[in-house]
Design a protein around this ligand. Structure first.
Ligand SMILES: Cc1ncc(COP(=O)(O)O)c(C=O)c1O
Length: 370
């Protein structure tokens, strides 16, 4: 695989897109072929690749991985008066997408082993208004999906999987996003496949797929027909993005393998550092980012930045955001969000670069202990 060249003195970004000559060539060819730009054959081909890779019957791509979640909830009939369980540790898009539908997100603490929503805490959060669960595969990790399927079946809830960070991750051979009624993905720049912005919905349900297609296309049966049998919006993709996405999808298997190898390399190097915690991660998980949990991550962040190494603090717990004032106890999310740091995670990082980052972390903690 070709890799972007990185000199020894270059700043190491926490994450970078990887656009190579294949994307450039295909984009140039597409743009010089009388392209209409809006979604059409390239988009269909991109959808087909996602469906095939994940094993889903249908894939519907949309503008991003936030509206995708709202489109899914609308298609499931979720709206005003309904409650949707969401994890307290997630990107703000997960609860916001529930609000966009007029429903209420109900925050639930996460489990320490995967940092995904905690099943027992979810059970305690149920009310007669609970209609769905928006279950995030945090950093590509998944909780026991069979247990979640059983929980949702028992309580008559829709299971929506927010798998924005989980393209390339499986559980017992099944791709994440396929355990629930609908799975949702994101193609924003830091993702393993990027189209700049973009999102995808997968489902095996014919009726749901059709509803989602209509919702993202003004509620119409098909393009060019301006009779609207249901409410919809414009959340469409473009063929320009699809050209990029198709080339990115071709690199996905290599990237999945490399992401796993990068995680293992960090893990092996940092294992002996008592202040650094990494989560046990299944071989079926392609970690989105390399996440470590350390005391005072801001200090390590500043130390690494001074040494030309970019990192990013993990998301704060949702209940601490001013737009989600919430009573309640979220001890696991509080703890991990206060200690989490994302290290350089691009799939094209060379082993030498990873080793350099690890050496700096080891030296930092050795100094702190001295
Ligand atoms: C868990 C989760 N859900 C949803 C999103 C939103 O995706 P997008 O940025 O494509 O809207 C993200 C983005 O990082 C995410 O991490």
């Amino acid at each position: 695989m070709p890799t972007p060249s990185m000199g020894p003195g270059d700043f190491i970004n926490q994450m970078e897109p990887w656009i190579d000559e294949n994307e450039v060539r295909h984009m140039t060819e597409y743009l010089s072929s009388g392209a209409w730009l809006t979604e059409f054959k390239q988009t269909q081909a991109f959808e087909g690749m996602i469906a095939e890779y994940t094993g889903a019957k249908h894939c519907v791509v949309v503008a991003n991985g936030t509206v995708s979640l709202s489109v899914a909830l609308w298609a499931l009939g979720i709206g005003a008066g309904d409650e949707v369980l969401v994890p307290d540790f997630t990107m703000i898009a997960t609860p916001n997408s529930v609000r966009l539908c007029g429903a209420t997100p109900v925050l639930v603490d996460v489990e320490p082993s995967t940092l995904c929503m905690d099943l027992a805490a979810a059970e305690r959060a149920l009310t007669p208004r609970t209609k769905a669960v928006s279950l995030v595969a945090m950093n590509g990790r998944a909780p026991d999906m069979t247990a979640w399927q059983a929980f949702c079946a028992k309580h008559g809830l829709f299971l929506l999987e927010d798998a924005a960070q989980a393209l390339g991750s499986f559980q017992h051979g099944t791709h994440l996003g396929r355990f629930g009624a609908i799975g949702s993905f994101s193609f924003s720049t830091p993702k393993i496949v990027t189209t700049g912005q973009g999102g995808a919905l997968i489902t095996d349900d014919d009726a749901l797929a059709l509803r989602m297609r209509k919702i993202k296309d003004f509620g119409r049966e098909r393009g060019g027909v301006d009779w609207h049998e249901m409410m919809g919006q414009n959340f469409k993709f473009t063929d320009v993005q699809a050209v990029l996405g198709i080339e990115q999808m071709k690199k996905l298997p290599w990237r999945v393998a490399r992401k796993k190898a990068v995680y293992r390399r960090y893990e092996a190097a940092l294992r002996g550092v008592p202040q650094v915690q990494m989560l046990a991660t299944s071989d079926e998980t392609a970690p989105w980012f390399i996440d470590i949990y350390v005391p005072q991550p801001e200090r390590l962040m500043a130390h690494l930045k001074a040494r030309k190494i970019g990192t990013r603090l993990v998301y704060p717990p949702v209940h601490r955001q001013v737009i989600y004032p919430t009573e309640g106890s979220f001890p696991v999310a509080e703890d991990y969000c206060a200690r989490g740091l994302w290290l350089p995670s691009s799939s094209f990082l060379t082993d030498d670069v990873i080793d350099r980052v690890c050496r700096e972390i080891i030296a930092y903690f050795a100094e702190a202990n001295a």
